[in-house]
Design a protein around this ligand. Structure first.
Ligand code: MV4
Length: 445
C-alpha cells in the first residue's frame, strides 16, 4: 500500500480523499494556491506545499509545480480528485515517468475515452448501444447535409474532443445546418484546439443515467448501480440520486451489462462512470465515459455501502476486486450547494461566510470544506458543499433532504439552498417525472 499520497486538488474533494487516506493509515500531502492558504484541506493534511498563484494554470494545473511538491515530500502516489488534471493523460504519464503512481486509469485508457469518435467506435465493436447515425469526423458541410438526410432530423453536432456540452449544436432542419456546422467547429477549435465534429440523431428529452463501474489491474470489472443526473442546468448537475426513479430491474441489468462491456473493452482499471442517454421508451445509448471519480460518487457510496475512494486507492495499489455487481439499498439524493444566486441566473457569489450552521441528524451526510469565517475565492468552481440524504424510500429521502436544507444557515454569500428547497417540494420532481429539459421550465418563486 502507498505510504504517502499527494492530493492534486482543493475543496471538498481534497478533504474527501484526505479522510479516507487517514482511515487507511496513509500520510497525505495537500497542495494549495496562495488563494487557498486558509483552506481546510491544507489544515487536515499531514503536510502542505504551496504550488503557486491563484489562477488554476499557475497552481492546480501547473504540472511541474505539482511534481516538485511530490518529489520534495516523497509522495509515492498522486490522487487527482475531479476536474483540474484528473483526465489529463499527459499528467498521468508524467507521474509514471517519475515513479509516482497516478491513482486512476492509465494514459492509454484516458485517451481512449477522451476522443469521443474513438470512444464511440470502441463501444460499437464491444456491442454497447450507441446513438444511431454519425460515425467519423465530418469533412464538410456537404457531407453533414448528406448524413442528416440519411439519419433524419433532428440531429446533433458534437465535438470529438468535447464533453459537457461545448461545441454542441442541435439542428432541426437543412436550413439551420450550415450555420450550426460552422459555429460548432469554431467553438470546438477555441475550446479544445481540435475542431473535429461528428453527428448523431438527437434524442429528444432524454434522461441522463450513469453507471458507476470499478475495474482492477487484472481484468475484473463490476458495476455499482446507477445515478440519475437529469437535474442539470447548462450542463451543470445540481441534483443526483440513486436509484433512478425511472429504473426497472430489467433496465438496470441491461445497462449494468453494457457498462461492464464498455469498461472491459478498454480493460479499464480504477473507478469510472459510463454515461447513458435514456429515452422515454427506456432505450439507452452510450454517451461518454468519465475516467475519474465524480462529484456525485457519494450517492452511490450511500446506497451500496462502499467507500469508492478507498476502492480506487486499493485498485491503484494492485489489489483485486471481487467482481460482484451491486444493487442499491434504500435511496440517496445529493444536492450541490453552490455559492451562486438562484434568483439572479445562478450568478457566482464568492465572498466571506460570516455565519455557518451545517445540517445533521439521521440520514444526512455533508461533504464540505467551508467554515464560519472562510472566504470563498472567485478563481475556482462555486460548489461549497454537497448534502446527501439517505432513507429507505425516495420520498423519505426527499423529506429528509428538505428538512436538512431548512437547517442549513449560510450568511454572507448567496447560495443555491432556496432552489433546492423549492425543488424538493416540486410535484413533478417528487413524482419522478423529469428529464434533462426539466430545469428549462423551472422558475424560482
Ligand atoms: C445528446 C443529447 C441528445 N441526443 N446526444 C449533453 C452533454 C454531452 N455530454 C452530450 N449531451 C447531450 N447529448 C444526442 N444524440 C442531449 C444531450 C444533452 C444533455 C445530456 C445529458 C444531460 C443534460 C443534457 C442537456 C442538454 C443536452
Amino acid at each position: 500500500m502507498f505510504k504517502k499520497v499527494l492530493i492534486a486538488n482543493r475543496g471538498e474533494i481534497a478533504l474527501r480523499v484526505i479522510r479516507t487516506c487517514r482511515e487507511m493509515g496513509i500520510k497525505t500531502v495537500a497542495v494549495y494556491s496562495t488563494a487557498d492558504k486558509d483552506s481546510l484541506h491544507v489544515r487536515f493534511a499531514d503536510e502542505a506545499v504551496c504550488i503557486g498563484k491563484p489562477a488554476s494554470v499557475d497552481s492546480y494545473l501547473n504540472i511541474p509545480h505539482i511534481m516538485a511538491a511530490a518529489e520534495i515530500t516523497n509522495a509515492d502516489a498522486i490522487h487527482p480528485g475531479y476536474g483540474f488534471l484528473a483526465e489529463n493523460a499527459r499528467f498521468a504519464e508524467i507521474c509514471g515517468e517519475h515513479g509516482i503512481k497516478f491513482i486512476g486509469p492509465t494514459p492509454a485508457m484516458i485517451n481512449a475515452m477522451g476522443d469521443k469518435i474513438t470512444a464511440k467506435e470502441t463501444m460499437i465493436k464491444a456491442g454497447v448501444p450507441v446513438v444511431p447515425g454519425g460515425g467519423g469526423l465530418l469533412e464538410s458541410v456537404f457531407e453533414a447535409k448528406e448524413m442528416a438526410g440519411q439519419i433524419g432530423y433532428p440531429v446533433i453536432l458534437k465535438a470529438t474532443a468535447g464533453g459537457g456540452g461545448k461545441g454542441m449544436r442541435v439542428v432541426w432542419n437543412d436550413s439551420e445546418l450550415e450555420k450550426a456546422y460552422d459555429s460548432a467547429k469554431a467553438e470546438a477549435a477555441a475550446s479544445f484546439k481540435n475542431d473535429g465534429i461528428y453527428m448523431e440523431k438527437f434524442v429528444v428529452e432524454p434522461r441522463h443515467i450513469e453507471i458507476q463501474v470499478a475495474g482492477d489491474q487484472y481484468g475484473t470489472v463490476c458495476h455499482l448501480s446507477e445515478r440519475d443526473c437529469s437535474i442539470q442546468r447548462r450542463h451543470q448537475k445540481l441534483v443526483e440520486e440513486s436509484p433512478s426513479p425511472f429504473m426497472t430491474r430489467e433496465l438496470r441489468y441491461k445497462m449494468g451489462e453494457a457498462a461492464i462491456k464498455a469498461a472491459s473493452a478498454i480493460k479499464y482499471e480504477s473507478v469510472g462512470t459510463i454515461e447513458f442517454l435514456v429515452d422515454k421508451n427506456r432505450n439507452f445509448y452510450f454517451m461518454e465515459m468519465n475516467t475519474r471519480i465524480q462529484v456525485e460518487h457519494c450517492v452511490t457510496e450511500e446506497v451500496v455501502n462502499f467507500d469508492l475512494i478507498k476502492e480506487q486507492i486499493k485498485i491503484a495499489a494492485g489489489e483485486t476486486i471481487s467482481g460482484v455487481n451491486y444493487e442499491p439499498q434504500g435511496h440517496a439524493i445529493e444536492c450541490r450547494i453552490n455559492a451562486e444566486d438562484p434568483y439572479n441566473d445562478f450568478r457566482p457569489s464568492p465572498g466571506r461566510i460570516t455565519t455557518l450552521h451545517q445540517p445533521g441528524g439521521h440520514g444526512i451526510r455533508v461533504d464540505s470544506h467551508v467554515y464560519a469565517g472562510y472566504t470563498i475565492p472567485p478563481y475556482y468552481d462555486s460548489m461549497i458543499a454537497k448534502i446527501i440524504a439517505v432513507a429507505r424510500t425516495r420520498s423519505e429521502a426527499i423529506d429528509t433532504m428538505h428538512r436538512a436544507l431548512t437547517e442549513y444557515v449560510i450568511e454572507g454569500i448567496k447560495t443555491t439552498i432556496p432552489f433546492h428547497l423549492q425543488l424538493m417540494k416540486d410535484e413533478n420532481f417528487r413524482s419522478g417525472n423529469f428529464n434533462t429539459k426539466f430545469l428549462d421550465g423551472f422558475k424560482m418563486k
